[in-house]
Structures are given as structure tokens and as C-alpha cells.
Ligand binder design. Structure first.
Ligand code: AGP
Length: 607
């Protein structure tokens, strides 16, 4: 989604801005732009499409102060005129992530004051508002005054044509950080954009406004009081993420799952026992106090939470609810102070998940745990307890290795709680540890099915719709399979618990409706088989991902993809793999942009 980079230095900063934007590209965007201050003027370059084009267009641009942006359209279509930075009367330039909710009212006010709007964006009101206050004070004061009128979420960078060595930045509801260099400073919405220039970072807090100069910076809190924030040394590394032998990041990331799982489980698999401390030092004191779990997440991460609910209730005997973060954040819910609130997020920056976490805290929840793949993300920083999945950078918009490592982390949480609650004895603990150690190699075996899945995918290329079925622990896996297919192949796909078929969706089944079923060899297998008969009887084409010994036979209209033996509680992780591969190969057939599907962004940092 939108990305911000800004710099003030004693050298040309255009390549810093462009390289920073390139590092943010994977998040998804539709246009890009930058502005530099040079010779008392604002020099702006914008382009629709890739940052590479912006790089070409700005090759001869020079400036020692500037801000840059990748835009993911919210207000106004993707176009050059809507791309940031937005400029007010050749004096003030602004880049903005987030959404200004009262922009229509502000736009009317500013139009009455004589400001002309050249875009359809909500951001342009910020530029004009700052301009309207600039005559009365400094850029800092003008920005603070403008911010006091905004309702909504923002991370902004601001420069003025007549102020060649200063930029102002602010955040509320959207992430922003300050990079500290030697005699130069930077801002960015994500640390990865700044690793090219510094590892020293100040994470701005909610409501912070910062005045950034060449040699120093000053941070002001929501009350306008000057405050100190710690300078951290980022642990991220700047290694470029290479595609290697793969055609797409998604394919690479699917294949990285054995290693990602091994890395995520490393500390546990190398020890003889599981302890709460793997979720943070305070977990030892907190876990014995909790009597229920509330999981908050979006999209694929929400599906991971849905699987965890089955594990937590069955293995650990602890009550668990799972809610979509964007719903929970606006619900007047009743907090139980003994609930552990678990947020799950690959990026750790998802606006709804972050807001849900804060809502939970405000409602009265005391115990928070983040399961996240990005060490220095907002969700990690704002939670009491944390577990870092070690999937490595996930570039493809479709989440794959992040999902299976989230499941691994949630399984560990289940086991730790189960142990604490006396639900598993040492023998069972050892058995689970053994299964976890074996998990990466089990995933490798499933990956070996790739050629067969590629072949199967041909049957989907001309389809408009698909149904996914699963039961119990595997219903969320059916949901995840459908989400993968729809997001990268644009085939309309829905998932149902197989038992729900005859309550409605069966009406959709005919010869043109492929029905994909997750068929583990578990206690619901016979029930599932009956559901599959119902599909076959209506002419539906079945694609069954069946464990060994399920005795579901290949027949006309029934395609079987033979999975290994049933993997017990870890089975959902194994059954995810073929569905990821299916979506990938169907997308290849359809010729879509697999890693950057239309309309989607990797990090959803606005509502
Ligand atoms: C997954 O394939 C999606 N791109 C999306 O649903 C994603 O999982 C969701 O936006 C949540 O992101 P997060 O895990 O970074 O919070």
C-alpha cells in the first residue's frame, strides 16, 4: 500500500528517495512521485505505474531535500494528477499515507478561501491547509495547526520551497519512522526503505510531529510538548530478495516453507520441553492468569486464527473466539481482563489489526500477544508479548509461508497453554515435539506434488467460479484455498464447511462448477464423503486432496490428488500447500500478475 520516503542531506537525495520507494514496491501501488526543493522551487516528478519509470523521469533531477511516495488509490483513480506529492500554490508539498475522513468539508472550506484543487485526493486538503497557516508561522506550526483540523489516519511528510533544509513529518494511525544519519536525516513508512542509508531509527508514536533538520530533529507529542524518543538500531538486513531459480516470488515463497517452518520452530525443536518464555519474558507470569483467548486478524492471518481455535479448545481446553479485526474494532464488546488478546499479522502494520489491538486495550484487555513476521513492526511494538515467525521477507501479495509459520506459532501457543493447564503429559509433549521436528520434511513431501498440481490446474483456466469444501480443522484451509485462488487468478471462489452444502450452495453446482475438497483422513471423513457424493450427483467436477487410505477413488468427474498419511493436528499445515500451488498454477494459466495482483496491496495500512 502507500509508502513514504523523505530525506534532508548535504548531497543529492533523489536516488535515496527512488531506492527507498523501490524497497517499498512489494507493498503494492499504482503510481509514484517525488518532489525536491531546489533553488527555492519545488521540482516535482510523478508517474503512473512502476517506480522504474519515476527513476527514469527523475534521472536529471537534483535536490538535497525531498519527499517521495508510492500511491495505492483510495480517493480518485490511479493517475498522474492524483499521484503524490500534492502541492499548494508552488510553496508547500505533501505526501500522505492514510485517509482523511473529513476531507470533503475541508475541501469546501478551502475552496471558499480561494484554493484550487487539481486532484481528487483527500491529501490535497492537507497541502492547502498547511499553506493557509504558513504565512502566520513556521512550517512546524503551520503543520501542527493543519493537523488539528484533520479527522482520520495519516502519516505525512511536508516540505516548503522556501525552507531548503527542513522537513516536517507526523503520524496518527499510520506508521512512520525517522532515520538518523550523520548530518542527514530521513523519514519512511517502513524501515526497509532506509536500510540503504542508516540503521538508526526512531519509531514515531501516535500523534507525534517531528521537525527534521540537517543536524538535528525535534519531536513533539500530541500536546505539542517537545519529547525524547529512543534511537533504536534496526536488526533488519539490507540483503536484496532475489528470485533465484523461480519465476515468481509466490512460487519461491511456497518452496521456502520447509525452511521457514524449521526456522520458526528452531528454538523449540532444539529443546526437550516447551516453556511460556518463547512468547516473551512476561509470559511466565501472564499465561497462568488467562482463562480465554481472543484472536484478532485480517485475511489469511484470520484463517490462521480460525485453525488455532480448534487447537486451543481441543488440545488446551481453553475457550477461544476469533474475530475479523475490522469488525471487532467498531464493536462495543465486553472485555474480560483474563483474556489473552492475540493479534496475528504478517506485516505487523495492517491498519485494522492495529486498531483492533488498540481497541482491545482501551476496552480493558490487559494481556496482548502479537504473532508477526516483521520484528520492528507497530503490532510487535504495541503488544506485551510477542512471537516472531521466521518466514523471512514475504514479497508476493498472496501470503503463503507467513500463513504456515503463523500456524506453527499458534500450535506452539496451544501446546504451551495445554501444558500449563495440565492437559498434556510429558509423553504427549514429546510426541508433539517429535511431530513438529518432522514437519519441514513432511511439507517437502507435499511440495513434490507440484507437477501433478500444475497439470490439474489446466482444468481451471476457463472457469468463472469454484467452490472449496472442508470440515472441522480443515474448513479454514478451504477458506484459505479459496482466498488464494480468487486473489491471484481472479476466479470467483467461495469456501464452505462441507456440511453446509445442502443449506444453499449446492444450488450452484453443475458441470461448470469445479469443487475442490480438502479430505484429511480424520473422524469427519465419512461425513465428507457423503457431501462429495451430493456434489457428484449434481454433475459437479470434484478435485479431492485426499490423505492416504481415505479410499476415495479416482473416477469420471472425480480427480484425486494423493496426499501423504494423515498428519493429525498438524494436517492443516500440510493441506495448505497443494491449495497454494493450485492457485499459483491457475494464475499462470490465466496470465495474471501473480506477485502483484490487481487492486491489492501487500501491507494494508489504511482502513
Ligand atoms: C493474503 O494472501 C492476503 N494478501 C491478505 O488477506 C493478508 O493476509 C491480510 O491483508 C492481512 O495482512 P497481515 O497478515 O500483514 O496483517
Amino acid at each position: 500500500m502507500c509508502g513514504i520516503v523523505g530525506a534532508v542531506a548535504k548531497r543529492n537525495i533523489v536516488s535515496i528517495l527512488v531506492n527507498g520507494l523501490l524497497r517499498l514496491e512489494y507493498r503494492g501501488y499504482d503510481s509514484a512521485g517525488l518532489v525536491v526543493v531546489h533553488d527555492g522551487k519545488l521540482d516535482r516528478v510523478r508517474s503512473i505505474g512502476r517506480v522504474a519509470e519515476l527513476a527514469t523521469k527523475s534521472a536529471n533531477t537534483y535536490g538535497e531535500l525531498g519527499i517521495a511516495h508510492t500511491r495505492w488509490a483510495t480517493h480518485g483513480v490511479p493517475s498522474e494528477r492524483n499521484a503524490h506529492p500534492h502541492i499548494s500554490r508552488d510553496l508547500i508539498a505533501v505526501v500522505h499515507n492514510g485517509i482523511i475522513e473529513n476531507y470533503e468539508e475541508l475541501r469546501t472550506d478551502l475552496t471558499e478561501q480561494g484554493y484550487e484543487f487539481t486532484s481528487d485526493t483527500d491529501t490535497e486538503v492537507i497541502a492547502h491547509l498547511i499553506h493557509s497557516h504558513y504565512a502566520q508561522g513556521s512550517l512546524l506550526v503551520a503543520t501542527q495547526m493543519a493537523l488539528s483540523r484533520l479527522i482520520g489516519a495519516y502519516a505525512i511528510g511536508v516540505v516548503a520551497a522556501d525552507n531548503p533544509h527542513q522537513l516536517i513529518a507526523a503520524r496518527k494511525g499510520s506508521p512512520l519512522l525517522l532515520g538518523v544519519g550523520e548530518g542527514e536525516h530521513f523519514i519512511a513508512s517502513d524501515m526497509s526503505a532506509l536500510l540503504q542509508v542508516t540503521k538508526n531509527v526512531v519509531y514515531l508514536e501516535e500523534g507525534d510531529v517531528v521537525e527534521v533538520n540537517l543536524a538535528n530533529y525535534r519531536i513533539f507529542d500530541t500536546q505539542g510538548i517537545s519529547i525524547q524518543r529512543p534511537v533504536n538500531v534496526s536488526q533488519l538486513n539490507n540483503d536484496s530478495v532475489e528470485l533465484g531459480e523461480y519465476q515468481h516470488y509466490m512460487q519461491k515463497e511456497i518452496h521456502e516453507q520447509p525452511q521457514a517452518l524449521a526456522d520458526t520452530l528452531e528454538s523449540v525443536c532444539n529443546s526437550q520441553t516447551m516453556v511460556p518464555g518463547i512468547f516473551g519474558a512476561e509470559a511466565t507470569a501472564i499465561f497462568p492468569q488467562i482463562d480465554s483467548i481472543l484472536i484478532l486478524a485480517c485475511g489469511t492471518s484470520h484463517h490462521a486464527g480460525m485453525v488455532a481455535r480448534y487447537w486451543l479448545e481441543e488440545i488446551a481446553g481453553i475457550q477461544c473466539t476469533v474475530e475479523i479485526a475490522s469488525e471487532y474494532r467498531y464493536r462495543a464488546s465486553v472485555a474480560n481482563p483474563n483474556t489473552l488478546v492475540v493479534t496475528i499479522s504478517q506485516s505487523g502494520e495492517t491498519a485494522d489489526t492495529l486498531a483492533a489491538l488498540n481497541h482491545a486495550k482501551v476496552t480493558g484487555h490487559l494481556f496482548t500477544l502479537a504473532i508477526c513476521n516483521v520484528p520492528e513492526s507497530a503490532i510487535i511494538r504495541q503488544s506485551k508479548l510477542r512471537f516472531l515467525t521466521r518466514a523471512g521477507p514475504e514479497i508476493g501479495v498472496a501470503s503463503t509461508k507467513a500463513f504456515t509459520t503463523q500456524l506453527a506459532a499458534l500450535f506452539l501457543l496451544t501446546l504451551v497453554l495445554a501444558k500449563l493447564r495440565g492437559r498434556i503429559d510429558p509423553e504427549r509433549e514429546q510426541q508433539f515435539l517429535h511431530e513438529l521436528r518432522h514437519l519441514p520434511s513432511a511439507v517437502k513431501k507435499v511440495l513434490a506434488l507440484e507437477p501433478q498440481i500444475a497439470e490439474l490446474s489446466r482444468n481451471f483456466a476457463d472457469k468463472q467460479h469454484a467452490l472449496f469444501l472442508g470440515r472441522g480443522l480443515h474448513y479454514p484451509i478451504a477458506l484459505e484455498g479459496a482466498l488464494k485462488l480468487k486473489e491471484i487468478s481472479y476466479i470467483h471462489a467461495e469456501a464452505y464447511p462441507a456440511g453446509e452444502l445442502k443449506h444453499g450452495p449446492l444450488a450452484l453446482v453443475d458441470k461448470d462448477m469445479p469443487v475442490v475438497s480438502v479430505a484429511p483422513n480424520d473422524m469427519l471423513l465419512e461425513k465428507l464423503k457423503s457431501n462429495l457424493q451430493e456434489v457428484r450427483a449434481r454433475g459437479g467436477e470434484l478435485y479431492v486432496f485426499a490423505d492416504a487410505n481415505t479410499h476415495i477413488k479416482e473416477a469420471e468427474g472425480v480427480h484425486i490428488l494423493q496426499m501423504p498419511e494423515h498428519a493429525g493436528f498438524l494436517s492443516p499445515i500440510l493441506h495448505t500447500i497443494p491449495l497454494q500451488l493450485l492457485a499459483y498454477y491457475v494464475a499462470l494459466q490465466k496470465g495474471t500478475d501473480v506477485d502483484k495482483p490487481r487492486n491489492l496491496a501487500k501491507s494494508v495500512t489504511v482502513e
